[in-house]
Design a protein. Structure first.
Length: 389
């Protein structure tokens, strides 16, 4: 975190360096054409708290959020409901470029009382993921069922689900995961009168067992909090989202991520995002066509604050070698590749693929991570200006 803060200070104090680090000084040598998969993709953002000083690690400033709305209504973006994005991704129906989706994790009263009117006035659709136990508790911090029913009457609003309790389930057995999800679905159906279609994993943490239970529950898609761009052909029950919090919610970073493009990969390792033993951890993936020709410009960075060593096997297999193990319960890998130049801004659009691994931590060393570790807060210089050597 110290490295991030130092670099954030440099971004603020030295504007020229900030432009370079944000990739705003584009390199025409990396120009490419948009690919067919780019019209089958969408960037999805998630927000947690806005203007809430009591939750600094998960908070976005109100002025930052208003800047995001102004950007989204500038005419450069196409903001669609998550349900429509999912439907078109599954059907391989082209989406306008760039397509954006907006979501909120948790029905936090202060946040939505502020944000919802602004979004509705701007005509921006959004999805609210709720934990039904929190809604049933009728606390002052969370919207109640009456509030959610009023929101749901708006054509621009979709109410979707977390588990019944907003807690970590990646290390729980199938029965407990199913109990949490079934309880949430039953309460949602009873209170809102229809079936939920979308699911989001609290903190973005999941396991293969968890994902299978969600699939069997009948949802159309599920979302994590790993960075990256959703695209047709990706796992619809591990769709990525960019988290927006104060240190990473600047308008420059928002624009860059909003214009990101997919980096399609396959044969990911490890297959299970819940890692119980780092000593046997192998990280890798296969880069799909037609991006093999640009594979030497691929850069990957880890939340261990290091640029990862990449070993290219054959034409398109990438193996990631980390010098140090993940010390926190969330381990992140962000990989980027320069894409085409945007015709309007004349800046490079980055292809982006991210992984978030939930690492088993010995009980004696366990300190639960909050949302400060669930956004893509890797070393900022690495994240915003990945090396393309």
């Amino acid at each position: 975190m110290l490295t991030v803060n130092r670099f954030f200070y440099m971004l603020v104090m030295f504007p020229a360096y900030a432009l370079m680090a944000l990739g705003l000084l584009a390199n025409p040598a990396h120009a490419q054409k948009l690919q067919p998969i780019d019209t089958l993709s969408a960037v999805i953002f998630t927000y947690h708290h806005i203007g809430d000083d009591l939750m600094p690690s998960a908070n976005l400033l109100q002025e930052q959020f208003e800047a995001h709305i102004n950007e989204l209504t500038s005419g450069a973006y196409h903001v669609l409901p998550l349900t429509e994005i999912v439907e078109k991704l599954k059907a391989q129906t082209p989406l306008p470029d760039p397509t954006i989706g907006i979501s909120f994790d948790g029905a936090h009263r202060n946040t939505l009382n502020y944000a919802a009117p602004l979004l509705l006035k701007a005509g921006i659709p959004f999805t609210v993921f709720i934990s039904t136990d929190a809604v049933d508790a009728q606390s002052d911090d969370t919207l109640h069922w009456d509030d959610l029913r009023k929101l749901a009457k708006q054509n621009l609003v979709t109410i979707a689900l977390h588990p019944a309790s907003y807690k970590k389930l990646h290390d729980k057995d199938e029965a407990e995961i199913a109990r949490q999800i079934n309880n949430a679905v039953a309460r949602y159906r009873a209170q809102l009168g229809h079936e939920p279609e979308l699911f989001a994993y609290p903190y973005g943490e999941l396991s293969l067992i968890y994902k299978r239970v969600v699939e069997r529950a009948g949802f159309k898609a599920a979302f994590g909090q790993q960075s990256g761009v959703a695209y047709s052909g990706a796992d619809m029950f591990m769709l990525p989202r960019f988290s927006m919090t104060e240190p990473y919610g600047s308008i420059e970073r928002f624009r860059m991520t909003a214009m990101a493009l997919p980096l399609p990969v396959s044969d990911m390792s490890p297959q299970d995002p819940y890692v119980t033993d780092q000593s046997t951890l192998d990280i890798g993936f296969t880069v799909d066509e037609p991006f093999i020709g640009n594979i030497k410009s691929l850069s990957c960075f880890a939340s261990t604050a290091e640029k990862a060593d990449l070993q290219i096997i054959g034409k398109n297999r990438v193996e990631i070698r980390l010098k140090t193990m993940f010390e926190d319960e969330r381990g992140r890998i962000n990989c980027t590749m320069p894409g085409p130049i945007d015709e309007v801004s004349e800046q490079t659009r980055w292809r982006w693929f991210g992984m978030m691994l939930t690492v088993a931590v010995p009980y004696a060393d366990y300190e639960p991570a909050g949302h400060e570790d669930s956004d893509d807060s890797i070393n900022l210089v690495n994240q915003l200006q990945p090396s393309v050597e």
